[in-house]
Design a protein around this ligand. Structure first.
Ligand code: G3P
Ligand code: CA
Length: 243
């Protein structure tokens, strides 16, 4: 099963910071997940639409200039990174899952990943996966960059996810663990899609999800899951794509 560092390694280092992504990489994750908003025209990596919870500043990300945002402390002296900085840091063999949080992020993210031309899959594991709870924003992204794998996010179950997944030619459907039942995993797999689950910090729950046929989990504590022998597909990249 794929182990994906959630917001880097949010339980171990300040979330969505270069230090957090570096920590996840050190721990040997298969990939990292991050959240993006826009500050002026820059794609920046931060979860909330406000800076208050994760930095020493206040206000809406979209109302700050990029320079103002970069002066903030995102924890342990870390700055709010740009998407490009994170893509530069994460080794090419690892998945980067970009979650479109902010309105209007589809076009600028498509421009960045298009320039990198890194939507290609390596041994079945994509270099990039673009996801969102905002399925319209995700459709916009897919229309611009159809070769980059997409994943609709859902924290509630809806049979309509099938048509959403089909319209996006989704690589996976990413479900909250609260709605991840065997029936729902079976349904997603019957649509020909993988199922990724967020956010899983307990190794016992991770093992149970693996038993349900889940392809990967997002975790704040990669240190708890990466050493679980039964939780990995295998050490070879070519076999990590099995669903
Ligand atoms: O992409 C999975 C997960 O990150 C979605 O929830 O709120 O942590 O962004 P959230
Ligand atoms: Ca996220």
């Amino acid at each position: 099963m794929l182990i994906i560092g959630h917001r880097g390694a949010a339980g171990l280092a300040p979330e969505n910071t270069l230090a957090g992504f570096a920590r996840a990489v050190e721990l040997g994750v298969d990939g990292v997940e991050l959240d993006v908003h826009l500050a002026e025209s820059e794609v920046v990596v931060i979860h909330d639409e406000r800076v208050d919870r994760t930095t020493n500043g206040v206000g809406l990300v979209r109302e700050l200039t990029f320079a103002e945002l970069r002066r903030l402390d995102a924890g342990d002296g870390q700055r709010v990174p740009t998407l490009n900085e994170v893509l530069d840091l994460v080794p090419e063999h690892m998945l980067v899952n970009i979650e479109l949080k902010g309105v209007g992020t589809a076009e600028p993210v498509a421009a960045i990943v298009g320039d990198l031309a890194s939507g290609a899959q390596r041994g079945g594991l994509p270099a990039l996966l673009v996801s969102s709870f905002d399925h319209r924003e995700l459709r916009r992204f897919h229309e611009i960059q159809p070769s980059v794998p997409c994943a609709p996010l859902a924290d509630r179950w809806c049979p309509c996810l099938e048509s959403t997944a089909r319209a996006l030619d989704a690589w996976s459907v990413n479900l909250s663990r609260r709605v991840t039942t065997k029936a729902h995993v079976d349904a997603v797999r019957s649509w020909g899609r993988r199922c990724l689950v967020f956010t899983v910090n307990d190794p016992v729950k991770a093992r149970a999800l693996r038993g349900l046929g889940v392809t990967g989990v997002f975790t704040d504590y990669p240190d708890r899951l990466v050493d679980e022998p039964a939780s990995r597909f295998s050490s070879s990249a070519s076999s990590r794509c099995s669903s």
